[in-house]
Design a protein around this ligand. Structure first.
Ligand SMILES: [Zn+2]
Length: 194
């Protein structure tokens, strides 16, 4: 097996676990459910969503919605098994789920990122992982993720409760993009996952 195959197998195994399949919330008109992650696991197994190793431009991993490719900065599958690594897998696969369920829709970059961070936080809490719960980004994510987990049905995230953390994340991503000579897009039209 190639390193990419090993990373793909590790990613699929993380998606097909209870803490991931129990993710359930709605944000910016997009509903993220466990079966969305199961679908991405299937698409990874079919190589319709691809795994690559390469330059991730200052991030630990990226998802490109046009090529349906998750690119990891590491080639070591053991890195994906750590608390941070599993969080990163859920984060990038959330972008893939959004790409799949919001095909043809224009999604704000800030909403796409907040959704990925919220899903990652819900996953970490579901998994019993030790995560940062304070600070301008981690604090609000923890607060909203706790409400998502406590809800009986599908928790609908109120834009007002994420406005601060959304701005914080956009500021960080804008700075990282600038350091790479790039700009962050305002919105992305989702191409879908075949
Ligand atoms: Zn992201």
């Amino acid at each position: 097996m190639s390193d990419e195959d090993l990373l793909r197998a590790k990613t699929i195994s993380i998606l097909r676990t209870r803490p991931c399949l129990d993710i359930r919330f709605s944000i910016a008109g997009i509903t993220l459910m466990g079966y969305g992650y199961g679908y991405i696991a299937d698409m990874l197994a079919l190589d319709s969503v691809h795994v690559a190793i390469g330059n991730t431009g200052g991030f630990t991993a990226t998802y490109d919605n046009k090529s349906n490719t998750i690119t990891f900065g590491t080639r070591n599958p053991a890195d994906l098994g750590t608390v941070d690594g599993r969080g990163t897998v859920i984060h990038e696969c959330t972008h893939a789920v959004i790409d799949a369920v919001a095909k043809g829709r224009s999604v704000a970059y800030g909403d796409d990122e907040v959704a990925a961070y919220l899903a990652q936080t819900v996953y970490s809490l579901n998994a019993g992982d030790k995560i940062n719960k304070v600070g301008p980004v981690a604090g609000p994510l923890y607060a909203v993720a706790s409400k998502i987990r406590a809800a009986q049905g599908v928790y609908v995230v109120d834009p007002a409760e994420i406005v601060g953390v959304r701005a914080q994340i956009l500021a960080v991503y804008t700075a990282i993009a600038k350091s790479q000579g790039k700009v962050v897009p305002t919105t992305t039209v989702m191409s879908g996952v075949p």
